[in-house]
Design a binder for this molecule. Structure first.
Ligand code: IMP
Length: 451
């Protein structure tokens, strides 16, 4: 019995609130892709926990698994676990032995590549989180990565590092023409220092019984009757395959990633529920096209500022102000098809209350043709002109009371907006987010109760 939570847009759709809510009915919460580029805040017992890697279910006493599709920075992992322990929790976190390790040189290379792209004015810098995500997945695909399983075997770890570190050194020194020795980059390229630090992480992982053969682990948990939740990070439009390449992250946040990134069959994911999380408008933290962006004139910029402030649209990991736009249906149709949504949760509808106008891009015009889904290249996407539909706006109401009373208590205009989204993505509305707290959710369907 599985529920998969997928971001439908560009990340930051408020997946955490639903993972938190429905994860209460799960026994095991699995992240299947990404690393410490994700960010979520969990509030439990009046205490706030900011996490970027550890699955939020671990705060609530569930088993939190980092699947083989993840890239894991052990420094972040143990910082987060230690932080939770200091607050009196005892998180149960397991890490796939097949997951790849983000090494310090990956973070250095992430920074250098972004700087190079920014300097050559090609406009191709991605605006990454700087966490080393891309360079780590590059090494995975290049078959020169270091995996979690290697950390618990010192000799293998040494062999891997002795092979890969000189290549990374050459990349920095010979390709990019930058110094390593005598700079603050030095430790990141020192095989002995890396070996000491990461073998120690390996010991800690082994001593804590934290590493698992993910597929086998989940198989046995499911056989024992446990309920699994797959927690996607980021979103469909920054998926390496289905997103807005090259302005993407380097993994598959879409539902197929849940199977590949954890070692369960696609049938297991497909027989469960796949819930797309939608923000009622759009936000983007990195670069790349955004046809509905509110940046055309002063009035649009003022509206974007209003939504940004009200919705708290600043990056959780980086603190960067997010770009803001109207809801984009071509993006949502694409997301629903790629992941096969059985339901959607629409968040942040309270943020749109009290506006003078409300628009949605129903389709695009591209080179004189009307299209209803996202084109395959970023260049085409950048040429798309939104074809808008206008909706009635709704006023501010007591959202907490609405959350308690249920769907029918939502303003009529909000219900019209939601019904339109559901129709266009061909999936039912399972939940509506009406405020930042866990309680501020109108639940229509609990996906665990549907099965
Ligand atoms: P990376 O994942 O750090 O390589 O960044 C690649 C792109 O994905 C950049 O545009 C980031 O801003 C974006 N990104 C990565 N993680 C998140 C996230 O959790 N939410 C929203 N955008 C993200």
């Amino acid at each position: 019995m599985t529920v998969t939570i997928v971001g439908s847009q560009l990340g930051d759709e408020g997946k955490g609130a639903l993972v938190d809510r429905w994860g209460g009915d799960a026994d095991v919460v699995v992240r299947y892709q990404g690393g410490d580029n994700a960010g979520h805040t969990v509030v439990e017992g009046g205490e706030e926990y900011k996490l970027s890697l550890v699955p939020s279910g671990a705060v609530r006493g569930k088993v939190g698994v980092l699947g083989n599709g993840c890239v894991v920075n052990p420094r972040t992992l143990f910082d987060e676990i230690d932080g939770l322990r200091e607050k009196g929790l005892d998180p149960d976190v397991r890490v796939a032995r097949r997951a790849h390790v983000i090494m310090p040189y990956h973070r250095v290379l992430d920074g250098i590549e972004e700087e190079v792209k920014a300097e050559d004015e090609s406009g191709t810098e991605v605006g990454t989180t700087g966490r080393g995500i891309g360079p780590t997945y590059e090494d995975k695909v290049g078959r020169r990565g270091v995996r979690i399983g290697d950390l618990t075997d010192r000799e293998t770890l040494r062999e891997r590092l002795e092979y890969v570190v000189p290549q990374k050194r050459a990349l920095v020194e010979d390709v990019h023409g930058l110094e390593i020795d005598g700079t603050d980059r030095e430790d990141a390229f020192d095989v002995d220092a890396l070996l000491e630090e990461f073998a120690e992480f390996g010991e800690r992982l082994a001593d804590g019984g934290m590493t698992v053969n993910c597929s086998d682990f989940l198989h046995h948990r499911m056989q024992a009757g446990d309920r699994i939740m797959f927690e996607g990070a980021q979103g469909t439009s920054i998926d390496i395959d289905h997103g807005n390449y090259p302005f993407v992250t380097s993994s598959n946040p879409t539902a197929g990633g849940a199977a590949v990134g954890s070692g369960v069959g696609p049938t297991v994911v497909g027989q469960g529920e796949v819930v797309g999380i939608v923000k009622a408008y759009l936000s983007r933290v990195g670069s790349g096209p955004m046809p509905t962006e509110l940046d055309g004139d002063e009035q649009e910029e003022a509206l974007a500022d209003f939504i940004r402030e009200k919705g708290g649209e600043f990056g959780t990991v980086t603190g960067r102000p997010r770009r803001i736009g109207w809801l984009d249906l071509p993006m949502l149709r694409h997301a629903s098809r790629v992941s096969g949504f059985t339901g959607v949760a629409v968040n942040h509808v309270d943020v749109l209350a009290g506006l003078d106008e409300l628009k949605v891009a129903h389709a695009y015009e591209l080179d004189g043709e009307v299209i209803e889904t996202v084109p395959a290249t970023a260049e085409e996407w950048a040429r798309c002109e939104p074809i808008y539909r206008e909706f009635d706006t709704w006023d501010e109401v007591d959202w907490t009371a609405v959350a308690e009373a249920g769907y029918d208590a939502l303003p009529e205009a909000t219900q019209t907006y939601l019904a339109y989204i559901a129709e266009e993505v061909d999936a039912d509305v399972y939940a509506v987010g009406v405020g930042p707290d866990r309680e501020d959710t109108v639940e229509v369907v609990n996906p665990y109760e549907k099965q």
